[in-house]
Design a protein around this ligand. Structure first.
Ligand code: 5AD
Ligand code: SF4
Length: 459
């Protein structure tokens, strides 16, 4: 069987795609890159906003045509699959295999079945499952917990991914050992709310570490860089900031979604903190990590958000001075409390506010990135950039970075990079040699010349 998995949504989904792909390989499938080559296409879906759902609809529409023409088998996994909305879509587009986020290990059973297979249970076996390490990669994701126990009124995730379940430290550290053996140098610990790690298992009481303790444990494993995402401000306690500061491998990067700067909106969102409390968290983080790089998520146009509420979000943005932000227009999701109880704002109001927020974010990202010009950043270069002759990667602070290929720095690795230029979304620099001077750049080839020289390069 030739299979391909298409991934939408967050890093949790990327991890789940890797997990299911490795199951497919162990079942004897060949992974292929395109739908045309495949006889099984699996779509890993996101349900957090209306847009990714529309995308899934349109892809499934195309796939249904191919089903009729050449007997393609079509599957849908991930968050949307868990919802009634997703199941209706699956029926409409004649999806053969449906796997919710808790049933991923049923992929084998699903493919054996001669009939439509829908797996929608949350199965414990997933929590101890260790997928094989990705090969030839310097970075990897590691899911440390699944689900979420908060109940933000706009969010569908508690429905799609269920209540929080933390993996055992033993299982996490074994997975990490495998990653290290495969040459991984940066790991991102993943969960809907990693800071609440262990709480569901009775943190400390049953010998399960807190998230701060887990960071220290992972920091002793020999991995060079540790990042984590994402955090709910209520669970971002000061011991986490302290563990970050005292564990050299943990990168100085915090993604702390604020969602809104207005207390009235935060209350309707059921975020469980006030603007003042959030700012105290930021101050504590900065006390322990003065050079921390801060990112956030913001929703604009939540029901009832007034111009004054929105101004408070802009003010909070200035007060924190975020390095970057993911900004979303509120999307009313069926099944959420805010969909049931509140009226949506007009689309024009929401888009106009988003434009103003994006402008604010750009100013700050430019200012923050410009402050990095002249510094040396340790950059994990992943591989070739879009532009021939350049490599791309990211810093410990998660800034995307581009450098020209240089003698001794023409492949993936972690290198010291002198930053020479910044835009709001990118740092540009040069790799430094042992003497602190930029390494000589390799001559740049046009794409045509690069294509011609490729066979030579392989000799
Ligand atoms: N509408 C808009 N954005 C949303 N998010 C979650 N639910 C919604 C929604 N209904 C955003 C939040 C969250 C991120 C993953 O997606 O900002 O942090
Ligand atoms: Fe990830 Fe949330 Fe989207 Fe699910 S709904 S894929 S958890 S962002």
């Amino acid at each position: 069987m030739k299979a391909t998995v298409m991934t939408y949504g967050c890093q949790m989904n990327e991890y789940d795609t890797h997990l299911v792909e490795s199951q497919l390989v162990s079942l004897g499938a060949d992974l292929v890159d395109s739908i045309e080559e495949a006889d099984f296409v699996l779509i890993n879906t996101c349900a957090v906003r209306g847009k990714p759902v529309d995308k899934v609809r349109s892809v499934l529409g195309d796939l249904r045509k191919q089903k009729a023409q050449r007997g393609l088998v079509v599957g849908m996994m991930g968050c949307l699959a868990q919802l009634e909305e997703g199941q209706q879509i699956a029926r409409k587009f004649e999806v053969d295999v449906l796997l919710g986020p808790g049933s991923l290990l049923d992929i084998g059973k699903a493919l054996e079945s001669n009939e439509r297979f829908w797996g929608l249970q949350f199965k414990d076996e997933l929590h101890d499952h260790i997928p094989p390490a990705p090969q030839g990669k310097l970075q990897a994701h590691l899911t440390i917990m699944r689900g979420c126990d908060h109940h933000c009124t706009y969010c569908i995730v508690p429905t799609t991914r269920g209540p929080q379940v933390s993996r055992t430290p033993d299982s996490i550290l074994r997975e990490l050992d495998g990653l290290l053996a495969a040459g991984v140098r940066e790991v991102t610990l993943l969960g809907q709310n990693v800071n609440a790690y262990g709480i569901d298992q009775g943190a400390r009481v049953a010998g399960i570490p807190s998230f701060a303790e887990l960071l220290r444990l992972v920091g002793q494993s020999g991995i060079e860089r540790i990042k984590f995402t994402t955090s709910h401000p209520m669970n971002f306690t000061e011991d986490v900031a302290l563990a970050m500061a005292e564990t050299p491998a943990v990168c100085e990067f915090v993604h702390l979604p604020v969602q809104s700067g207005s207390n009235a909106v935060l209350r309707r969102m059921a975020r469980e903190y006030t603007r003042e409390r959030y700012l105290e968290h930021i101050a504590a983080i900065r006390r322990h990590l003065p050079d921390v790089v801060l990112a956030t998520d913001i929703i604009v146009g939540f029901p009832g958000e007034t111009e004054a509420d929105f101004q408070q979000t802009l003010d909070l943005y200035d007060e924190v001075g975020y390095d970057s932000a993911y900004m979303f227009i509120y999307s009313a999701r069926p099944g959420t409390p805010s969909y049931r109880h509140f009226a949506d704002l007009p689309r024009e109001v929401k888009t106009e506010r988003l434009q103003r927020l994006i402008a604010r974010q750009k100013e700050w990202s430019q200012r923050r990135n410009a402050a990095k010009v002249g510094t040396v950043q340790q950059v994990l270069l992943r591989g070739d950039a879009f532009e021939p002759g350049f490599l791309e990667g990211h810093s410990r602070g998660n800034h995307p970075v581009v450098v020209p290929k240089a003698l001794g720095a023409d492949r993936a690795g972690i290198y010291p990079v002198h930053i020479g230029h910044a835009t709001p979304h990118m740092l540009y620099g040069a790799v430094l040699g042992a003497d602190g001077q930029p390494l000589p750049e390799l001559p740049r080839l046009t794409p045509e010349a690069a294509a011609l020289s490729a066979p030579l390069a392989m000799l």
